[in-house]
Design a protein around this ligand. Structure first.
Ligand SMILES: [Fe+2]
Ligand SMILES: [Fe+2]
Length: 258
């Protein structure tokens, strides 16, 4: 165990109020997985047309992978987190992602379909979350993936509106919103304490914005099932990622690339 788990009275008194508030909000959020109408998933899935069924199968399959990656990333960041408030929040995120993995795995189990193969882009994401990247780079990539999930799930809740899968995506949104808020708050506070880290954080955000995100091809696939155009879908997801950059760097000026 490499994490510094010592705690001083000073640290207790100076504990970041917003980070603690985010953690306690997560603890107070009622468990929702059992409110899903699991008994109706089979007939509800079969009631969709074949193209929609395939799309649902694909999404549930990729979501199991994405949520596991999010869970593992949060767990590894937790071990290196420099404060107990960040550790608590990342532990909460691990628990949230575990529920997310379970709901999609449960959906796949009920519909009795073979999960689709992982998308190739998960390898690139794994690289950005891997040991060659610094803590800040991994934290930023993790946070931006949460912002991406927030945008994507919002779109999918709309596409599958009236379906059980849509209700699942809708339930995930507040969890992912909390994970995004944590990322923004931690980085904002970091830059207030250590303005010298600004360029490193900005570079990490720009790198992650360039290497991860929803591709045009994915947006086009979503658009086949949506009233929104692929451009609108791409913009909806990307806006969440870009606004993350703007909010983290809000108190900082004279940065290149902003
Ligand atoms: Fe998640
Ligand atoms: Fe998340």
């Amino acid at each position: 165990m490499s994490a510094n788990v010592n705690l001083s009275r000073h640290e207790l008194m100076a504990a970041a109020g917003v980070e603690l508030a985010i953690y306690r909000k997560g603890c107070a959020a009622p468990p929702w997985e059992e409110s899903v109408a699991w008994n109706d998933v089979g007939p509800d899935h079969k009631a969709m047309n074949p193209a929609m069924q395939n799309f649902a199968l694909h999404l549930a399959s990729q979501s199991v992978i994405a949520e596991q990656m999010g869970m593992a990333a949060a767990a590894s960041l937790m071990l290196e987190a420099p404060s107990y408030t960040l550790r608590l929040n990342l532990a909460r995120a691990v628990a949230d992602e575990a529920r997310h993995v379970d709901v999609f795995a449960r959906y796949l189990q009920i519909i009795e379909e073979e999960p689709t193969a992982p998308n190739e882009n998960w390898e690139r994401v794994a690289l950005e979350l891997g040991a060659e990247r610094t803590f800040i780079q991994r934290f930023v990539t993790h946070s931006l993936l949460e912002a991406q999930a927030l945008g994507v799930f919002t779109v999918l809740a709309e596409i599958f509106s009236g379906r059980i899968l849509g209700s699942i995506y809708l339930q995930l949104v507040p969890d992912e919103a909390r994970h995004v808020a944590l990322g923004e708050e931690y980085l904002r506070q970091l830059l207030l304490r250590e303005p010298g880290a600004t360029q490193e954080v900005a570079d990490a955000i720009d790198r992650s914005l360039a290497t991860t995100g929803v591709s045009r091809a994915v947006a086009e696939r979503y658009a086949q099932f949506s009233d929104l155009s692929s451009d609108q879908i791409h913009e909806t997801v990307d806006r969440k990622r870009r606004s993350f950059r703007a909010r983290v760097l809000a108190g900082v000026t004279d940065l290149e690339g902003g």
